[in-house]
Design a protein around this ligand. Structure first.
Ligand code: FES
Length: 272
């Protein structure tokens, strides 16, 4: 007898070897809401961070430095230096210093297991949701160029540790007043504290971190410290998606706060 759903012989989920279902999906819920929300959130962050990264202005308001520009490695950051001089890039560096450093946190997030799922679904519809057919005719996974580069994630993790260390240092410097006297606290200090807690929680909840800490062990009983750390990271890891979004929002808000101070919209309220 003829097939119930005669279909053209082509690739992807329409290939003759796949289940003969004519409909693109059989879901009746609003499955498109999560990928649409993800696309809107990531798009908003990309627009905002691109604008700020290329702005090359308003990234320092004593004693705060924007996390998008830290560590500031170009000589053109000199006016903001109240701490150590880290200008590895001399006067020849003509564009925004944020471009030098953003590649590391950006690479870390772009190759993150959670963000991969998020943007594969939201932007590439590969697939857009569980049990919803994807439009692509072939699937090569992450075994070929360019997606094989996603495997660099574990190395970006090490870079992210360094960046988180620098942002921690910036948060310590935020306990000064605008004249660089220690022992003070403003609203910006609180903004920086919340941001650095979320940055560390997101970084340590990374799947690569979990593997580095607890992977390749045969007997946890012989490695009690690593076992404890692995348990702790496992609990964070269960919240990786939430931490990914919370830290993305907090780093943008910390930058926005510095921008508003530096551009003179308001003064930092100081508690003591
Ligand atoms: Fe998300 Fe490593 S898996 S940061």
């Amino acid at each position: 007898p003829p097939a119930a759903h005669p279909r053209p012989a082509r690739g992807g989920v329409r290939a003759p070897t796949r289940a003969a279902i004519a409909a693109g999906h059989l879901r009746t819920d609003r499955w498109w809401v999560p990928p649409a929300t993800t696309a809107a959130g990531l798009f908003a962050f990309v627009v905002y961070s691109t604008w700020r990264a290329f702005a090359d202005a308003d990234y320092y308001a004593a004693p705060y430095v924007s996390p998008f520009y830290s560590p500031c490695l170009a000589q053109r950051c000199r006016p903001m230096h109240a701490g150590p001089n880290w200008d590895l890039f001399g006067g020849w560096w003509g564009i925004s210093p944020a471009i030098i450093i953003l590649v590391f946190p950006l690479g870390f997030r772009l190759t993150c297991y959670y963000y991969r799922k998020a943007y594969y679904r939201a932007f590439w519809a590969a697939p857009p949701a569980c049990a919803v057919a994807e439009p692509h005719r072939t699937y090569t996974g992450e075994a070929r160029f360019p997606l094989v580069l996603q495997n660099l994630h574990r190395y970006f993790f090490y870079a992210a540790l360094l960046v988180a260390g620098v942002l921690t240092y910036d948060t310590v410097l935020a306990f000064r007043d605008p004249r660089y006297h220690w022992g003070h606290m403003g609203l910006g200090t609180v903004v920086f504290l919340v941001n650095i807690v979320l940055i560390w929680a997101y970084t340590l909840s990374c799947h690569s971190c979990r593997h580095i800490v607890g992977g390749r062990l045969k007997h946890f009983s012989q490695h009690p410290v690593r076992y404890r750390m692995w348990q702790f990271i496992g609990r964070l890891n269960a919240r990786h998606m939430q931490l990914a979004w919370a830290s993305l929002a907090s780093v943008a808000l910390a930058d926005l706060y510095v921008y508003l101070l530096a551009s003179g919209v308001f003064d930092d309220p100081r508690f003591f």
